[in-house]
Design a protein around this ligand. Structure first.
Ligand code: ZN
Length: 256
């Protein structure tokens, strides 16, 4: 069962009221519709009934699949600067839920914390293609290496075919860039100083942990209840806004 929440807000183009239901907790095991929405970049996206302007409500979303033991917790993208506290909080939540779970729900889960719907989408791409996300994160380091103009860029796996990894690179400034690399990039070891285990210290399995210094936060500010998020108009952004970098003055540190 999924948890939905009603939402209504004024269209940012024509001010007409837009109303609908957003996914708060999504159950991936009840069909492919939800995963398809995410893959089509339509999660929590609504069109204005008057002018058809598209809006995406960016908020904390949990996607689970109890049968496959998948637990993907997506915080808004701008919360990434708090990845350490939020990752720890998610681990505690899953541990509590597992204790209360029926026997089938016990044992190790594929538990991940991501920031933004694009990163959530990437988890589905990897899961469907049966790729190890640690391999993918290491491959991203290779994609960025030797390209100082892409320092701080976000890279996500857009799709995969038999021989090619198709990437979407979002530079700190400018438009997203499409890139392709051979699939065998996934079998290359990480650059020196980036051991695999360092990506598995907590649920934030992302090479961005080396780029984004983590700032303290109260995890309740970003919980699934999300009242503070929904009621704050700044968290309603169009898809193009989401492509912009939101790290502001606390931009990612250089790779050392
Ligand atoms: Zn409108």
């Amino acid at each position: 069962m999924s948890t939905l929440s009603p939402v209504r807000f004024p269209c940012e183009a024509c001010s007409a009221e837009v109303a609908g239901e957003i996914v708060v907790v999504g159950n991936l095991s009840t069909g492919h519709r939800l995963a398809t929405r995410v893959l089509e970049r339509q999660l929590n996206t609504f069109s204005c009934g008057v002018c058809a302007h598209s809006h995406t409500v960016h908020r904390t979303v949990l996607l689970i699949d109890v049968g496959a033991k998948v637990w993907w917790h997506a915080y808004p993208r701008w919360a990434e600067v708090h990845w350490e506290d939020l990752s720890r909080s998610v681990e505690v939540q899953l541990r509590r839920n597992r204790r209360a779970a029926p026997p089938g729900g016990r044992g190790p889960w594929h538990q991940r914390v991501v920031f933004g719907y694009e990163a959530l989408r990437e988890k589905i791409v990897m899961w469907n293609a049966r790729l190890d996300d640690v391999d993918v994160e290491i491959a991203k380091l290779h994609v960025l290496s030797g390209r100082p103009e892409w320092a701080g860029a976000r890279v996500s796996l857009d799709h995969v075919d038999e021989a090619t990894l198709w990437w979407r690179l979002m530079p700190r400034r400018g438009q997203p860039v499409g890139l392709r690399t051979p699939l065998d990039l996934l079998s290359r070891a990480g650059p020196r100083g980036f051991p695999r285990e360092q990506l598995l210290l907590d649920a934030f399995v992302s090479m961005r942990r080396w780029f984004v210094p983590s700032r303290r936060v109260n995890p309740l500010d970003f919980d699934l209840d999300g009242r503070s998020i929904i009621n704050d108009a700044m968290h309603l952004r169009s898809a193009t806004d989401d492509d912009r970098d939101v790290l502001g003055e606390h931009g990612p540190a250089e790779m050392s």
